[in-house]
Design a protein. Structure first.
Length: 350
């Protein structure tokens, strides 16, 4: 399509030579082996189809760095040799078609349940979430406040998962620091009431993320690390940053300090005004010269315009990729997209 020329053109992002600026967003599907957290043959075929279609970058579904990070059924891991080996089949399949794939590391913290992990969930503070555990449909439990050793262990688990991601053949990793999960629970003043160095002001609450970034850099080049962050919380839809400018500035200062160059700011709707007349990504671009992955119920024409005006560098699509394994080719040729239907599409991997 002529009007998709920028979106569909090749681009180099640090060490990644991408076929285009289209990104398959991280999508929790729940089709891993629930017993051992390994990636299945069904998942291999699922990712291979998108790579064969020509997507520029694939960000995997959230992958747990430990059993404690598991938030529902069928979530894959990267903390055992068997899990690591199972992901090699995925990365080999993607690379066979010239694709690029990064592993998103995801720990849900207090949004887990003892039925899933065998112990009480871990969190920065003993404050329960409101609502029910995804698919388990049981109320969230009062989590166990993490000790200094728990924090140290969790940081090490992220580092080990990053090492395993490299061994599995991934081209990079993404740290899921958004949506009210463990890293975000440390950052959010409502879920972090700690009085040690991991609590208090925004710099203290960002320390956990900072130390994970530093640890992960021991295993993989910082140029191949993306960080997903957000104002929105999956378990608290009404939450907003009370000091938007101050909190955003603190995040960006941390990313500059740790050498992060790839950001994946998350929001429900890309076009929604966030502050003043700008959306979330535009507000970040005003202060950020690095790479920005745009996301949020994007339309292809909106994404093309956002890339053309440099608000974002890459455009991530979620539901359209679930319903259309051949999304890239459909955009190239102007074919009609299949509309996403949860009832039809969530129960199978196609």
């Amino acid at each position: 399509m002529k009007n998709m020329s920028t979106l569909l053109s090749p681009v180099t992002i640090n060490e990644w030579h991408l076929r285009n600026r289209l990104v398959m967003a991280p999508l929790t599907r729940g089709f891993a082996s629930d017993q051992d957290g390994t990636a299945t043959e069904e998942m291999v075929a699922y990712y291979e189809r998108r790579a064969q279609d020509g997507v520029g970058l694939i960000i995997t579904e959230g992958i747990n760095p430990s059993l404690a990070g598991k938030g529902t059924y069928g979530i894959p891991g990267l903390y055992t040799a068997e899990q690591t080996d199972s992901w090699k089949k995925v990365t080999n399949a993607v690379h066979k078609h010239g694709g690029t794939i990064i592993a998103q590391l995801w720990h849900v913290g207090r949004l887990s349940h003892s039925d899933l992990i065998g112990t009480l969930p871990l969190a920065p503070s003993s404050i329960p979430a409101q609502g029910r555990v995804h698919k388990l449909h049981k109320p969230y439990q009062i989590p166990q406040a993490m000790s200094a050793q728990d924090i140290k262990d969790s940081i090490q688990q992220f580092q080990t998962a990053a090492r395993n991601a490299v061994l599995a053949g991934f081209d990079g990793i993404e740290l899921h620091a958004a949506h009210g999960y463990l890293i975000d629970q440390f950052i959010n003043e409502k879920t972090n009431h700690r009085t040690d160095e991991y609590g208090g002001d925004i710099q203290g609450r960002l320390r956990f993320l900072k130390e994970i970034i530093i640890a992960v850099q021991k295993e993989i080049s910082v140029d191949r690390i993306s960080v997903r962050f957000s104002e929105k919380k999956d378990d608290d839809p009404s939450y907003v940053w009370s000091d938007k400018a101050g909190v955003l500035n603190a995040y960006l200062s941390l990313f500059r300090e740790t050498g992060i160059t790839i950001l994946h700011p998350s929001t429900d709707r890309y076009t929604r005004v966030w502050d003043g007349e700008q959306n979330f990504h535009e507000a970040i671009r005003q202060q950020w010269d690095g790479i920005i992955i745009g996301v949020g119920d994007l339309e292809a024409t909106t994404a093309e315009q956002a890339v053309q005006n440099s608000s974002i560098d890459l455009a991530a699509f979620g539901r359209p990729f679930i319903a259309n394994p051949d999304l890239v080719q459909k955009l190239r040729t102007g074919q009609q997209l299949i509309k996403y239907d949860a009832n039809a599409h969530l129960t199978v991997l196609v």
